[in-house]
Design a protein around this ligand. Structure first.
Ligand SMILES: Cc1cc2nc3c(=O)[nH]c(=O)nc-3n(C[C@H](O)[C@H](O)[C@H](O)COP(=O)(O)OP(=O)(O)OC[C@H]3O[C@@H](n4cnc5c(N)ncnc54)[C@H](O)[C@@H]3O)c2cc1C
Ligand SMILES: NC(=O)C1=CC=CN([C@@H]2O[C@H](COP(=O)(O)OP(=O)(O)OC[C@H]3O[C@@H](n4cnc5c(N)ncnc54)[C@H](O)[C@@H]3O)[C@@H](O)[C@H]2O)C1
Length: 327
């Protein structure tokens, strides 16, 4: 019997890969047109821009092993930016020894690689997950029904997970109780490269808490000179309903103050509002489960709001399912 997995972000695909490797059939669903979730890119004529996760670190041995495997497949590469820190109105070099990874040639290369040939339905928003006499069935916003499934893995952000967990009220209320912080992400493109050595910059007590130069990341050389800016969650919350043009204008102005060189008007700009960018706090759930029902939940919010946390959570959901399945 097939296992339904809702969400093709890194958590859902981590679970899917582990279950598939154990010989089980999976069927994935995602409301978006492609995989990646918060590791997604926006595609433009001049190339793809990482509009979600900017890079990731690996601190857990299991994840580090997976990243090395992805590297051998050409899906990721190490990124060694010239790092700066912006604090008290001052821009200062801030190099460190931390190893940072990115997908090549774009962040979504990783989820695309993990998806491989696994069966998936995109542009399919699941609105209902219900248990019939013996099996699970799904209903989509587009009016389609899917099933039967032996198990369901929900791998979405918590507020999208909660309504899908009606069959397990305890899991639903745990998910509903998680606070997620928003982030406005903006990409700015300049025909002439900006005259600065900065390739990545953390900021503290500022409206922009991270900025990075796209063309210095492996696999992304070329014109124009594209920069990605992440507004702090505080600023993003305060400006949640600002229109995109106003967000671009404000963050462009702040970027010009922060980067310490002349910044002309951008030749292209893009803004994306991530309503559920990161959990306000870390948790130690690994993955949530009602094994007797056959319902499992994973995502970064079950551990830490990072790519590594999401991948580990997917592994944990698969482990719990396999443990119960083979009992
Ligand atoms: C702007 C930004 C910058 C970030 N920077 C970093 C960083 O530098 N380093 C780092 O480690 N992490 C970073 N993160 C966090 C990282 O991206 C996430 O922790 C991770 O990608 C979450 O993966 P996930 O699989 O848990 O969830 P998601 O990636 O959100 O995947 C969930 C999927 O479920 C789908 N979905 C939701 N509801 C439904 C439904 N009803 N039916 C069908 N499909 C549904 C969505 O379309 C999505 O594809 C950043 C995030 C953002 C937004
Ligand atoms: N913007 C968003 O929505 C985000 C959601 C979730 C995570 N986000 C950012 O991701 C990175 C990942 O954290 P990490 O894997 O722990 O990476 P890190 O490089 O170790 O950074 C952690 C944190 O430490 C500070 N810092 C690290 N290195 C330096 C340095 N050389 N100089 C100054 N400060 C440094 C900095 O505050 C980093 O944020 C992380 O950035 C999350 O914020 C974004």
């Amino acid at each position: 019997m097939t296992i339904a997995i809702i969400g093709t972000g890194i958590a859902g695909l981590s679970a899917a890969g582990a279950l598939h490797a154990a010989g089980l059939d999976v069927q994935l669903f995602d409301k978006s047109r492609g995989s990646g979730g918060r590791m997604a890119c926006t595609r433009k004529d001049f190339g793809a821009i990482d509009i979600g996760a900017q890079y990731f670190t690996s601190r857990d041995r299991r994840f580090a092993d997976a990243v090395q495997h992805w590297r051998s497949l050409g899906w990721v590469d190490e990124w060694k930016p010239s790092l700066y820190d912006f604090a008290d109105g001052q821009l200062r070099p801030s190099q460190d020894e931390q190893v940072r990874w990115i997908g090549t040639p774009r962040m979504s290369s990783i989820t695309r690689g993990l998806l491989g040939d696994l069966p998936v339905r995109f542009s399919c928003r699941i609105t209902e997950v219900f248990h019939g006499k013996e099996n699970w069935h799904l209903q989509s916003a587009e009016g389609e029904s899917f099933g039967p499934f032996s198990h369901v893995v929900v791998a979405t952000p918590p507020h999208q997970a909660a309504p899908l967990l009606a069959a397990a009220p305890k899991l639903a209320s745990t998910a509903a109780g998680v606070t997620m912080e928003p982030v406005w992400a903006v990409a700015l493109a300049f025909d002439q490269p900006l005259d600065t050595p900065v390739e990545g910059c953390f900021a503290h007590d500022s409206a922009i808490d991270w900025l990075a130069r796209n063309r210095d990341k492996p696999g992304r050389a070329g014109k124009p000179d594209i920069w990605t800016l992440n507004a702090s969650s505080r600023w993003s919350r305060q400006h949640l309903d600002l229109d995109k043009e106003a967000v671009i204008e404000q963050l462009h102005g702040l970027f010009a103050e922060q980067i310490g060189c002349a910044v002309p008007p951008p030749t292209f700009a893009h803004a994306h509002r991530w309503l559920y960018a990161r959990p306000a706090a870390s948790h130690e759930w690994g993955a949530l489960a009602d094994p007797d029902l056959g319902l499992y939940v994973c995502g970064d919010w079950c551990l830490s709001g990072r790519v590594e946390g999401a991948w580990l959570s997917g592994q944990e959901a698969a482990r719990k399912l396999l443990q119960h399945h083979t009992r």
